[in-house]
Write a protein that binds this ligand. Structure first.
Ligand SMILES: [Zn+2]
Ligand SMILES: [Zn+2]
Length: 351
């Protein structure tokens, strides 16, 4: 009986429906006018779309159990050990940095825009470092290991990645003066959108979202981020507004002539939980052990993945630059053709 109750609570927890059930049960819908009420209604959105996505995959006869297996294991694993750590980190950073806030930000719509741009900047910093510092890449790589895209990838994170991300993002935002209540609202929007951008091709084939893609980071942009193609490596680090990728020149739209290959570049068994979860740690430890001298050992921890103490580096930025150098002119012409091809395909598709 107890097991059934735990199972029921876990399912309710995954779908985040307990708040909604409570509102329906009480018959008091006045809370829906508040931010908390809106959160209660929107929270179950991503988990429900995950289920619809799985059903659509079944309908298209494209369901592949192994695609969902590893994210599911990671979700369960994280539920057990990583439950409260992120929350504690956020609370700690709020307490620690609030006295040093640089600007007196008030709860008005224009300051909210400021708060969101600062948050997006902080997210960019966390995410950029997660790709460029080998130790942080160990925390982040589990999220990049899946070799297909679907909403379950949203849940595939090493359990310490959340606390690491929240430490950087919360610290920067609080120092920039963003009030905690505004920060939590932004975190909710960011988390919901951050889940949605993992929507798979079964649910949404062309996920460029039209003109919105000029300002907003679309699922198509995030598919590019999850790709291991040389052109796409280490690009599109933003989450909702793609402003900082444009500022820091890491913006990369999806190209029709470069089909996305999901996953990471090392040889990995993407169906093996231990390889996905701990594989990068294993190779980092191996490199540190074999490196001569303390300095080289330390550099392996902080230099980008692919850095080698012998000078024989294989850095993502060099591989991408080399690709652009070789295909530069062709890419430019093809990217212009991409737009024309799409327009003509859309024209043919419409009645
Ligand atoms: Zn990433
Ligand atoms: Zn992702």
């Amino acid at each position: 009986m107890e097991i059934l109750e735990i199972l029921r609570d876990e399912i309710a927890g995954f779908f985040s429906i307990s708040g909604l059930v409570e509102i329906i049960r009480s018959g008091d819908y006045s809370s829906l006018r508040s931010w908390k009420g809106i959160q209660t209604v929107l929270s179950p959105l991503i988990p429900f779309i995950v289920i619809i996505e799985i059903l659509l995959a079944f309908a298209h006869k494209k369901f592949n159990r192994s695609e969902y297996k590893i994210p599911f294991f990671i979700y369960v694993f994280n539920r057990v050990i990583g439950k409260f750590i992120s929350l504690c980190v956020v609370a700690y950073c709020v307490g620690l940095f609030s006295p040093y806030a640089l600007l007196p930000v008030s709860l008005t719509w224009y300051w909210f825009i400021y708060g969101y741009i600062v948050w997006e900047f902080a997210h960019f910093i966390y995410h950029y470092l997660a790709h460029k510092v080998r130790l942080f890449w160990c925390l982040h790589s589990s999220h990049h290991a899946p070799e297909q895209m679907n909403l379950s990838v949203t849940y595939a994170h090493f359990f310490l990645e959340g606390p690491y991300a929240d430490f950087i993002r919360t610290s920067i935002c609080i120092l920039a003066g963003v009030p905690p209540v505004m920060l939590f609202a932004i975190m909710f929007i960011d988390g919901t959108w951050g889940g949605f951008i993992h929507v798979g091709e079964n649910f949404m084939k062309n996920a460029r979202l039209g003109f919105l893609g000029k300002f907003i980071l679309t699922p198509s942009h995030h598919r590019v981020h999850h790709a291991r193609n040389p052109l796409y490596m280490d690009t599109n680090f933003c989450n909702l507004l793609n402003v900082w990728d444009r500022v820091f020149k890491t913006y990369q739209p999806e190209r029709d002539h470069v089909p996305i290959q999901y996953g990471i570049t090392r040889n990995i068994n993407a169906g093996n939980f231990f390889d996905v979860y701990f594989g990068e740690f294993y190779y980092l430890i191996k490199d540190v052990v074999r490196a001569p001298g303390i300095k080289n050992k330390f550099l392996y921890l902080i230099m980008p993945p692919g850095w080698d103490h012998t000078g024989n580096h294989k850095l993502a930025k060099d591989i991408r630059q080399q690709y652009i150098k070789e295909h530069g002119q062709k890419s430019l012409i093809d990217s212009l053709l991409d737009g024309d091809r799409r327009k003509s395909a859309e024209a043919h598709a419409s009645p």
